[in-house]
Design a protein around this ligand. Structure first.
Ligand code: URA
Ligand code: SF4
Length: 185
């Protein structure tokens, strides 16, 4: 399936209860030939309003970290594990991840990125376990390169950019990890 078809399907999806409270599903956007895919947790308030991923404060820092490492947002594809906003930005539930993650699998199959950069614990544990790696806490996993020879993909976990906003040392670490992503290309 091509990426536009998947995005259209997500916009109309009613597979889990999150569709009842969303304004807009947030399928993801970016370059359909991207070598790198960034995978966040779930849309927040701003993303829900406009239907695009990482357009709020966390997104601004993500954009800054990318350009600081010499990368451009228009070269990558950005999405989330869960495509509709959980009310009050609560954590996504197990059953919501289960309902929604097949879309992420389809997006990965359509774009075939070389690097999956997971942002935060939900994306990291979903992707590490789907590629057969042992799930490690984000404090240990961030910045590591997990190479899957079978899937021909590298997984590089990072802290969630929102987690770095009030924490200068995580902020520095995020910027360093982004440079590791750049040099893995
Ligand atoms: N946080 C996320 O995990 N994803 C977004 O799209 C925005 C904020
Ligand atoms: Fe569908 Fe995912 Fe939205 Fe649930 S969160 S309604 S599964 S697109």
């Amino acid at each position: 399936m091509d990426i536009e078809e998947i995005e259209e399907k997500i916009k109309k999806c009613t597979k889990c209860p999150l569709h009842e409270t969303r304004k807009n599903a947030v399928p993801g956007d970016g370059n359909r030939n991207a070598k790198i895919m960034f995978i966040g947790e779930a849309p927040g308030k701003n993303e829900d309003e406009v239907g695009r991923p990482f357009v709020g404060k966390a997104g601004q820092f993500l954009d800054f970290a990318m350009s600081n490492a010499g990368m451009k947002r228009e070269d990558v594809y950005i999405t989330n594990v869960v495509k509709c906003r959980p009310p009050k930005n609560r954590d996504p539930r197990e059953e919501e991840i289960k309902a929604c993650s097949p879309y992420l699998d389809e997006q990965i199959a359509a774009i075939k990125p070389k690097i999956l950069c997971t942002l935060g614990k939900f994306a990291t544990s979903y992707i590490l376990s789907s590629y057969g790696f042992e799930v490690e806490p984000i404090s240990r996993a961030h910045g590591k390169v997990y190479s899957s020879p079978v899937a021909m993909v590298k997984i590089i976990p990072m802290y969630h950019p929102a987690a770095t906003i009030y924490n200068p040392s995580l902020k520095e670490q995020f910027l360093r990890d982004m440079k590791a992503v750049k040099s893995a290309i």
